[in-house]
Design a protein around this ligand. Structure first.
Ligand code: ZN
Length: 462
């Protein structure tokens, strides 16, 4: 099986349901920048794909940053004078501001209010707040809850710990035919939030799981790390490795009902940028392509000028552009199985382009070869238009001069990449095209069905 076959071989609806199920499983876990919530999340990811867990000690210097203390939380509440929990971490983990320091004290409402956060414009939603780099504490609650608080003394408890420990992240590495890599990165630091966090984790798992049983040219590195600091840690500790990254995708917010949005890499014309643009153009759906900006997700680190990696960001509705963003309304209903599945299919289509974007050489370049005598062309003449198969073959033959990749020809011809790829396969079978071998590092002698591997082995035989 090849990457192109992944989406085709699964019954419609299956992958979306499976992805939504995984979002549901991870939803209750209280994740943060560090701590046991991230560890438990990675443990569950590791039940689906091979995952190496890395622990980086608090205090470790990574470029201009330092790995912070590890935060864990067991319980938190605000009790009224009757001893009732009027704000209760057990009911929703968003009720506590992430990285809140331990607190046990009594307080009047007026003083407590400085530590309470709500969204007056959405009175039934709980906001998501963190304070990673300033020691502080706080509670988040619905605005309705806030208005109901009586002017009395409250008992405050945050049973958390902020101590030297570790930052934890996970890596799934799938060896391909070459050691050149495709990086797929998702953040794992948000608590009970579905689109911003869990949707992209479930997409990365679904893709990695299927790639595992597939012949692929590139090696894949799926990174599951807390946002910002995770990639900074990874880049600091794997700087030499980054030279192998040929293409990269950040996955984020891929489960909402909105149209697909792609944010280009800082380079703007990287192969991955062109592959995504091509896929979206032929998707038959509405979409949006945005230029790079140094604001958003982990592309800020991968695309910092010292690295400038060809990494773009695949989303549906971008961060901050949907009202539910960073609130309790980013929940299991907001994320849809059909949107998750659509994102999966698009992600696989992008990988299919990257995997198969070879440059070919026409083996019969002086005038057109006779396709008819090879059974590749209609037998009757006179029709006004070529069939799409024939057209794809003619485009492939004409531009396979060693200077145009399959994606170049797709862009020039306006034909979809898969049609040209099929044409290329047919022409290869009849020895009319040959892959121009890229200078690649071969990772062992992996058996494979890819054109490059086939050319390699036929070269060895001859
Ligand atoms: Zn976020």
């Amino acid at each position: 099986m090849q990457v192109a076959d992944i989406a085709v071989r699964v019954e419609a609806g299956t992958i979306g349901r499976e992805m939504h199920q995984f979002v549901t499983e991870l939803y209750p876990i209280c994740r943060s920048l560090t701590g046991d919530g991230v560890r438990e999340t990675l443990r569950r990811i590791g039940q689906h794909i091979p995952l190496t867990i890395r622990e980086v000690a608090s205090g470790t210097e990574v470029f201009d940053w330092t790995v912070p203390k590890e935060w864990n939380i067991r319980d938190a509440y605000v009790k009224n004078s009757k001893g009732e929990r009027v704000i209760d971490f057990r009911k929703h983990n968003l009720h506590v501001m992430g990285y809140s320091v331990p607190v046990r004290q009594k307080m009047l409402l007026n003083d407590l209010k400085a530590h309470l956060h709500s969204l007056p414009e959405h009175p039934d939603w709980i906001p998501y707040r963190t304070s990673y780099y300033n020691e502080n504490w706080g509670f988040c609650l619905t605005h309705r809850q806030l208005l109901e608080l009586k002017d009395e003394e409250y008992e405050i408890c945050i049973d958390s710990s902020l101590e030297n420990g570790h930052l934890t992240y996970g890596e799934c590495y799938l060896t391909g035919e070459t050691t050149e890599e495709i990086l797929v990165s998702s953040h794992v630091c948000h608590p009970s939030l579905c689109n911003d966090n869990l949707s992209s984790i479930s997409l990365a798992i679904a893709v990695a799981k299927r790639l595992k049983g597939t012949a692929h040219r590139y090696s894949y590195r799926f990174l599951f790390a807390p946002a910002t600091l995770g990639p900074i840690v990874w880049l600091a500790q794997n700087e030499a490795q980054t030279a192998r990254i040929r293409h990269g995708l950040i996955l984020a917010c891929v489960g909402d009902p909105g149209k697909t949005t792609y944010k280009k890499s800082r380079r703007g014309d990287a192969e991955v940028d062109r592959a995504v643009a091509h896929m979206l153009k032929h998707s038959g759906q509405d979409y949006q392509i945005n230029e790079f900006s140094p604001w958003g997700y982990d592309e800020r680190q991968y695309c910092s000028p010292g690295f400038n990696l060809p990494v773009g960001c695949l989303m549906r509705t971008p961060n901050g552009c949907f009202p539910e963003y960073h609130s309790s309304a980013d929940d299991l209903e907001f994320v849809r199985a059909e949107s998750l599945e659509d994102s999966f299919n698009k992600c696989v289509s992008i990988l299919e382009v990257l995997e198969n974007n070879y440059t070919y050489l026409n083996q019969n370049p002086k005038c057109e070869p006779r396709l008819g005598k090879r059974g590749l062309y209609r037998t009757m003449g006179g029709q006004a238009h070529a069939t799409s198969n024939e057209l794809a073959m003619l485009w492939m033959l004409n531009f396979s001069d060693g200077k145009h990749s399959l994606l170049d020809i797709a862009e020039k011809s306006g034909l979809p990449f898969p049609a040209l790829r099929q044409a290329a396969d047919a022409l290869r079978e009849h020895h009319l095209l040959k892959v121009q071998m890229p200078e690649v590092q071969i990772a062992g002698s992996a058996e494979s069905a890819s054109p490059a591997a086939a050319e390699k082995s036929s070269e060895k035989r001859s």
